[in-house]
Design a protein around this ligand. Structure first.
Ligand code: ATP
Length: 198
């Protein structure tokens, strides 16, 4: 099994951008948020738990997740958010391990906004944090997502650990500020991860 490496960073930090650079180097990347959405619709054990906790209405007739219903029913209540997370995070955790065990590279990446917050760091060998100043991140996201308001964005930011804390807890930090080049930083981390093989 390859080494398991987390790639995290606050919203708008640039972790997807950094993930794509690693992919160009031939490193397989597991996109945890997208995969979580897929599993919610396709993992039978997970759909069963969600239905029994939140009702059959959690799914539409075609089997897809009833996002409108769930966001109304769950995301306004912190206890329910905890409950749904306690179903989804372990499902993602084991799906990731399963996926990783079929890869042949020296390491693989798990790209996720929440790695320290969910405890998933415990199952990883290393963590990389993509670090950007809050102001820059807010500007990037407002530019990228026309549907998002600054208020919604602040809500998301409040659920994430502060950047400084993530830097301290990470093995590698990639700084994504406009005057810093990303590719040389990614190459340096890549070299370290590969040489930690021996
Ligand atoms: P999210 O948590 O929302 O998924 P993210 O951390 O994956 O965000 P990205 O999507 O990679 O962040 O970057 C946010 C936006 O900022 C994107 O539109 C991206 O193209 C842009 N961006 C990221 N880094 C840079 C950079 N160094 N220079 C210019 N634009 C950048």
């Amino acid at each position: 099994t390859p080494k398991l490496v987390g790639l995290t960073g606050g919203i708008g930090s640039g972790k997807s951008t950094v993930a794509k650079i690693f992919e160009i180097l031939g490193i397989p990347v597991y996109y945890a948020d997208a995969r979580a959405k897929w599993l919610m619709a396709h993992d039978p054990a997970l759909t069963a738990k969600i239905k029994s906790a939140f009702g059959e209405e959690s799914y539409l007739e075609d089997g897809s997740v009833n996002r409108a219903y769930l966001s109304k029913k769950v995301f306004s209540d912190p206890e329910k958010v905890k409950l749904i997370n306690s179903f989804v995070h372990p499902a993602v955790g084991s799906d990731f391990k399963n996926w990783a065990s079929s890869q042949t590279s020296s390491y693989v990446l798990k790209e996720a906004a929440l790695i320290f917050e969910t405890g998933s760091f415990k199952e990883l060998d290393f963590v990389i944090n993509v670090s950007s100043p809050l102001k820059v991140r807010i500007a990037r996201v407002l530019m990228r997502d026309s549907h998002r308001t600054e208020e919604q964005l602040n809500q998301i930011i409040d659920q994430q650990l502060p950047d400084e804390e993530k830097n301290e807890r990470s093995d590698f930090v990639i700084k994504n500020v406009d005057n810093k080049l990303l590719i040389p930083q990614v190459l340096k981390v890549h070299q370290s991860l590969i040489s930690s093989d021996n």
